[in-house]
Design a protein around this ligand. Structure first.
Ligand SMILES: Nc1ncnc2c1ncn2[C@@H]1O[C@H](COP(=O)(O)OP(=O)(O)OP(=O)(O)O)[C@@H](O)[C@H]1O
Ligand SMILES: [Mg+2]
Length: 148
């Protein structure tokens, strides 16, 4: 999928949100500034969350409880050199909310078994454009991966 600008990408995430079930795990892959936090903001809007979504880089996890489902927004960029295993992130993944993880390549052994992988890529020729690819890891994510 291609999105011409940030609002188009966020509108897509907003459409995805009503289809998310309790315990859903979304791993957001993409470079610095790809739009992972931006995507999460759209998702939060679609869940009906009122609070302002802030990047959780320094807190690792931010929890939002005001929507249809709780949102657990994680950014583990700081755990580049390990340590994700000791955080108990599994409790979020197994909880009743929606877990969203930025920089999932640093999860190590904390990597969940089933998840929706959201890969966001910048277009080198167009600053505002993003290419998004969804891949289901686990049967329960197949319907989600097909949403356009
Ligand atoms: N189509 C687009 N979709 C998303 N963001 C876009 C788009 N076009 C431009 N942008 C800009 O790109 C930036 C994306 O920043 P964002 O914080 O979401 O990235 P990130 O992937 O979370 O980065 P980080 O790894 O640093 O957390 C924002 O400044 C946003 O305005
Ligand atoms: Mg971010």
């Amino acid at each position: 999928m291609e999105f011409a600008n940030e609002s188009a990408l966020q509108a897509y995430a907003e459409r995805l949100a009503p289809q998310l079930q309790p315990g859903a795990v979304l791993l957001l892959d993409g470079d610095l500034g790809a739009g992972k936090t931006s995507f999460t903001k759209g998702l939060a809007r679609g869940l009906g969350i009122q609070e302002v979504i802030k990047s959780p880089t320094f807190t690792i996890v931010r929890e939002y409880e005001s929507g249809r489902l709780p949102l657990y927004h994680m950014d583990i960029y700081r755990l580049e050199h390990g340590g994700a295993a000791d955080l108990g992130l599994e409790e979020y993944f197994e909880g009743d909310g929606v877990s969203v993880v930025e920089w999932p390549q640093f999860l190590g052994v904390a990597m969940p078994e089933a998840y929706l992988l959201v890969q966001i890529t910048k277009d080198p020729a167009d600053d505002a454009k993003r290419i998004v690819k969804l891949t289901a890891h686990g049967a329960k994510y197949q319907a989600l991966a097909a949403i356009r």
